[in-house]
Design a protein around this ligand. Structure first.
Ligand SMILES: [Zn+2]
Ligand SMILES: [Zn+2]
Length: 401
């Protein structure tokens, strides 16, 4: 027989071990499902369990939300599953407080210097791309393009949840002892995304160069202030959505010329022709939109011998790409950018954030939608994002009841 006290303890325990989260139930249907009593993730021996303070929504999450309309994301989410999809918790950008460290992680942590150890109560974020650690790429300093890379929130359970577990080695320490005053949680949650922009801009030497940024979404805008602060000579930026608001931000971040490409690219081409007279094109193009027309723009406006860095993800193969005119005869260098370098990009980012010479935190905050959301309000949050009324917003699962 269960006494009332026992049953009360049991209820409390269930409450403690269950959590709220957003899952992707069916890839062939748009939307997400809110679960109120999902079992809290089990802590693996080499993992760290983190209470999520803030988690931000990115373009990938929007594609997952609208998965019925994107074969690309459906295929990606089943990449390792032989077509047998198992529902997962979505979300991959977050920060939070360490709740528990796995036993093996504690033991392997003996080699970690004291001040860098990840312990209960620390304020952290994490690299959610999990690499195998053993393939040729992992063993040669290219973990970010590991052949087996799995992304939490895309292939494995993510962080639109009250708790998340992450391998010890992927945890990034933001502050010992849980102090969030230096990097506020809304900004801490955005570091994954900011890392994409940092990685992209660092792959091109933009000092004294003309740069075109295709796409003035969150990543394009981040790239704009980085290029400006790193000394680009002229910055062009394009966008097709919510242009008034985005261009205002872009200009305040240092963009010299903004182009609404929703009705074509003529004005952009003319401006490049007018300003880049000697070279007949821009030195560096950063493609941050994934929009099919942006690829023709990129190779049209890049100068001979210039560089095109591709971060935006096109969800369909490009069928009419003119590689001879766009790349070969122009001698263009093309590079794909995926995720963040592990962990160079993170180290760079943390230094930039901590010194804050470039006012990064206030710039990042201006990209965010002012209001934070409870997971319960995910419908209105995604509605706002889909309509382009918010570029980037943050859920605060820790505040959810
Ligand atoms: Zn993301
Ligand atoms: Zn690997």
């Amino acid at each position: 027989m269960i006494t009332s006290q026992e049953s009360q303890t049991k209820t409390k325990e269930t409450a403690k071990n269950s959590m709220k989260c957003l899952i992707k139930e069916d890839l062939n249907k748009d939307g997400l499902t809110l679960k109120n009593d999902m079992p809290s993730p089990k802590l693996g021996l080499d993992e760290v369990k983190i209470r999520v303070l803030a988690t931000s929504v990115c373009g990938t999450d929007k594609s997952i939300y609208h998965s019925a309309q994107s074969e690309g994301i459906r295929n990606e989410m089943q990449r390792y599953l032989n077509g047998k999809y198992d529902p997962i918790i979505v979300g991959h950008e977050f920060c939070g407080i360490v709740e528990e460290v796995g036993e093996a992680a504690k033991n392997s942590g003996v080699l970690v210097p004291e001040h860098l150890k990840i312990e209960k109560g620390d304020y952290v974020t994490a690299e959610m791309h999990l690499s195998c650690g053993h393939c040729f790429l992992c063993r040669t300093g290219n973990e970010h393009i590991c052949t087996q890379v799995k992304v939490k929130g895309v292939h494995l359970d993510g962080c639109f949840a009250q708790h998340v577990v992450v391998p010890y080695k992927n945890v990034i320490l933001l502050n010992k002892g849980g102090d969030t005053s230096q990097i506020p949680p809304q900004i801490g949650a955005m570091l994954d995304a900011f890392g994409n922009a940092v990685h992209t801009v660092y792959e091109a030497d933009v000092r004294g160069k003309s740069v075109a940024i295709l796409g003035a979404g969150p990543l394009g805008l981040m790239a704009a202030f980085l290029c400006h602060d790193f000394g680009a000579s002229r910055i062009y930026i394009t966008e097709a959505m919510d242009t008034e608001h985005r261009f205002k931000l872009a200009e305040s971040f240092g963009a010299d010329a903004c182009f609404d490409v929703s009705k074509g690219s003529k004005a952009l081409y003319e401006s490049v022709r007018k300003h880049e007279t000697g070279s007949n094109g821009v030195d560096v193009v950063l493609e941050m939109s994934g929009s099919p027309s942006a690829y023709s723009d990129a190779f049209q406006i890049v100068r001979n011998g210039g560089t095109v860095l591709l971060l935006g993800i096109t969800r369909k193969p490009l069928n009419d790409f003119d590689i001879a005119n766009g790349v070969i005869w122009k001698g263009v260098t093309v590079k794909g950018i995926f995720g963040r370098k592990m962990f160079d990009t993170w180290e760079t980012m943390l230094r930039l954030m901590k010194s804050d010479r470039l006012n990064l935190k206030s710039k990042l905050a201006r990209i965010l939608f002012e209001r934070t959301y409870a997971l319960d309000d995910y419908l209105s949050a995604f509605d706002l994002l889909s309509k382009g009324e918010a570029m980037k917003l943050v859920f605060t699962p820790d505040k959810d009841k």
